[in-house]
Design a protein around this ligand. Structure first.
Ligand SMILES: Cc1cc2nc3c(=O)[nH]c(=O)nc-3n(C[C@H](O)[C@H](O)[C@H](O)COP(=O)(O)OP(=O)(O)OC[C@H]3O[C@@H](n4cnc5c(N)ncnc54)[C@H](O)[C@@H]3O)c2cc1C
Length: 421
């Protein structure tokens, strides 16, 4: 293999693979370095193994799910939009379906099919793929980039290799789910090339309450309300489905408030989540209903002991929730029940951290990257794509679309830069 190529892409996630494909489709000679033995390890576990590829909402709505500066993604989105992404996957043999909430999945509901489609396309367009290649350092040598990586294909013999290129695309992901390969190395690489990196924190992460009952694990609540209080102020109100796990409160609803909650926790603020188990019923109506339900038992002695209270609770919640709700609600009486159902308080101790966070907030500073090209303002041959940038989205296919859009734009412009177009 030649040790000099036109473009090196670092990172074989969705952003890096799309960048490599678009650069190679534009006629450039491309090498992709991936640390893992296979590309797309994170992609393969997305959407609970089904991979929510994109979201078909129009840009105006899509942008409200992008943080911290949706405007930065606008050019990338219009160059390779959600519609273009679907068409592209269809054109390379991956059928897609749209489901509730404008979410798009592969028709097979199998994330590995998305990985395979991208890997096969890379082969088709001549991308040279080097896996088990852990990029250690990069420096400039005149107008060229010198990438030093370890070949870790054999656990016993680690060989250090060097590859030179005219352009470099960094697509190494963020810090979330490091077991899939994204361990923040891209930030060091960017900094070594003169870029600044903004403060990183986990987004879409579980929130662990101070008092938590293990009987709650794996319970899912449908159509409940969730209020986020920071330093006692109501910051965000949402409705939807929530899941309790070993790591705390998560699921679509938990994730919706997690970005602000994690940020507040990291800033030392107090954070409290308040679940409304009956968001559609005003509290006074609920109080009347509680009285009616209690009366319907026709108990001759009006004493409500634990066993009786649990019978009442069965009328208001799924059976698996009764014990933990009862245990966590001190001095629960018929008179306080309606208030407790609408105001179940969970002061939050901590967040689950990067280990299981879906996405990283923060990253390579957007002010040093040209949004129309994904090109560095510091070194014209350097490009960025995907989660390594200071960009993150809500759940719903926004993160993968950003990876595809920024990857496609970086690949195209890197190809232009090296004169392939
Ligand atoms: C459990 C989970 C579920 C998710 N589900 C969805 C979903 O359904 N829809 C959605 O839109 N988003 C989802 N996301 C978010 C989405 O997966 C990421 O935002 C997206 O994968 C980011 O793409 P990327 O290419 O920038 O980074 P990554 O996918 O993290 O890829 C980066 C790659 O770079 C490689 N790399 C890192 N350092 C080096 C190095 N030094 N040398 C060589 N290679 C290196 C890594 O091994 C990795 O393969 C989910 C995330 C998680 C964790």
């Amino acid at each position: 293999m030649s040790d000099m190529v036109q473009i090196v892409v670092v990172g074989g996630g969705p952003a890096g693979m799309m960048a490599a494909i678009k650069a190679a489709e534009s006629g450039a000679e491309v090498v992709l370095l991936e640390k893992n033995h296979l590309c797309g390890r994170k992609l393969a576990i997305t959407g609970k193994g089904r991979c929510n590829i994109t979201n078909t909402k129009p840009w105006g709505e899509f942008a409200t799910h992008v943080h911290p500066k949706s405007n930065f993604v606008k050019s990338a989105f219009f160059n390779f939009s959600n519609a273009a992404t679907i068409d592209y996957f269809n054109s390379i043999g991956l059928e897609t379906v749209e489901t509730q909430g404008n979410r798009v999945f592969p028709k097979s509901m199998n994330a590995f099919d998305v990985v395979d489609a991208l890997v096969n396309r890379m082969k088709q367009v001549g991308v040279k793929l080097i896996t088990d290649a852990d990029l250690l350092a990069v420096c400039t040598d005149g107008s060229k980039f010198k990438c030093t990586y370890n070949d870790i294909s054999s656990p016993r013999i680690i060989r250090t290799e060097v590859i030179m290129s005219n352009a470099l695309i960094i697509a190494t992901g963020g810090l979330s789910y490091p077991a899939t390969g994204s361990n923040g190395k891209g930030y060091d690489l960017a900094e070594s090339l003169g870029h600044s990196v903004t403060r990183c924190f986990p987004s879409l992460a579980a929130l662990m309450p101070k008092a938590y009952d293990s009987d709650l694990y794996d319970i899912e609540l449908k159509n409940v309300g969730l209020n986020l209080f920071v330093d006692k102020d109501l910051i965000q109100s949402e409705m939807g489905d929530l899941t309790f796990t070993e790591d705390g409160i998560e699921g679509p609803l938990g994730f919706r408030v997690s970005r602000r909650a994690v940020n507040a926790l990291e800033n030392g603020s107090s954070v409290e989540l308040v679940i409304d188990l009956k968001p559609a019923v005003p509290v006074n109506e609920l109080k009347e209903r509680v009285k009616r339900e209690v009366a319907s038992f026709k108990w001759d002695v009006p004493v409500i002991n634990e066993a009786r209270m649990k019978k009442v609770l069965r009328r208001f919640m799924p059976s698996e929730l009764i014990n933990p709700f009862y245990n966590m609600s001190r001095n629960l009486t018929v008179n306080t029940l309606a208030d407790r159902l609408k105001d179940w308080r969970f002061p939050i101790a901590k967040h689950a951290g990067f280990r299981r966070a879906v996405v990283t907030a923060g990253g390579v500073s957007l002010s040093e990257v040209v949004s129309k090209t994904m090109q560095s303002r510091i070194d014209k041959g350097l490009f960025f794509a995907g989660e390594v940038l200071d960009l993150d989205g809500d759940t719903g296919g926004y993160n993968l679309q950003m990876a595809f859009s920024t990857g496609a734009l970086a690949g195209l412009n890197a190809a232009k830069y090296v004169g392939a177009l």
